[in-house]
Write a protein that binds this ligand. Structure first.
Ligand code: ATP
Ligand code: MG
Length: 250
């Protein structure tokens, strides 16, 4: 099953969500691969941190490399198909060429979690068209809701099932935001992830927050979300342990 994570606006937190959710799902025993669907500004490799895969989605599309050979077992536990980090590969692959991935992608894992680009261009539309299901992600702002709603409509136009919406960078009244999101998006709210400086810090350190700050509010919400998707039990760490984790590394 291919699940694309898409927004409608850049910078709402898609890539961090995909990277960390992928790690959580792998930890919970799900046969998962995360795939960078962004052909020009792929970030998943950077968010997971080194080592970087030698083969990328660009090699699969442009050089005929089999997708199985581009699946990279990352030390964080998740498997990744990265997008090229090289400026020389920008523009080498056109979005419509992603269509050729449809059959081979299905065979690489039970769940392929694809990170889509931020804006609603051809690359995002092709990432949606490849998907069986889509998870929408937005921040709690009118501009983000409005653009994500466009993405939802495009997904539906192409017959892709919309699983629901995740709200990221939540800082204020959760009940109000949940209602606002339902009203705007007309979907279930699958999860609400807190605004958490630890995410920004982890990106600076070149490590996914789930490993860098496993007891942070964001990491715990991602684990909760992943456990629900994987249909497994998850007991979050106690408040005492979470408090101590601010000072001691467990
Ligand atoms: N919950 C959060 N709390 C605080 N900062 C966050 C959170 N989620 C993401 N960020 C920060 O927001 C910025 C954008 O995150 P990310 O790259 O994941 O977004 P994106 O939607 O994939 O962006 P793009 O559309 O450019 O691909 C980064 O600086 C990241 O550290
Ligand atoms: Mg991104």
């Amino acid at each position: 099953m291919i699940i694309t994570v898409a927004s409608g606006k850049g910078g709402v937190g898609k890539s961090n969500f995909v990277a960390n959710l992928g790690i959580a799902l792998a930890e919970f025993g799900v046969d998962v691969v995360i795939l960078d669907g962004n052909l020009t500004n792929g970030d998943l490799g950077c968010i997971l941190g080194p080592p970087f895969p030698k083969k990328t989605i660009h090699n699969v599309i442009a050089d005929g490399v089999h997708i199985r050979d581009a699946v990279f077992q990352h030390p964080t536990g998740v498997r990744l198909v990265a997008s090229s980090l090289s400026v020389d590969d920008v523009g080498v692959v056109e979005p419509h060429e992603m269509r050729g991935l449809a059959e081979s992608l299905d065979g690489i894992a039970d769940v392929v979690l694809m990170d889509a680009p931020g804006t609603l261009g051809r690359n995002t539309i092709e990432s949606l068209k490849l998907a069986d299901k889509v998870i929408l992600i937005t921040t709690p702002e009118i501009t983000s809701y409005a653009n994500t709603l466009k993405t939802k409509k495009i997904a539906e136009k192409h017959g892709v099932e919309v699983l629901g919406t995740v709200v990221n960078k939540v800082r204020r009244n959760r009940a109000k935001i949940e209602k606002e999101t339902k009203d705007w998006m007309g979907t279930d709210v699958l999860g609400m992830l807190p605004y958490d400086e630890n995410v920004i810090e982890s990106v600076e350190y070149g490590r996914p927050v789930l490993h860098h700050r496993p007891y942070s509010d964001y990491s715990i919400e991602i684990k909760r979300f992943g456990a629900a998707l994987a249909d497994v039990e998850y007991a979050p760490p106690s408040p005492v342990k979470r408090f101590l984790a601010k000072f001691i590394k467990f």
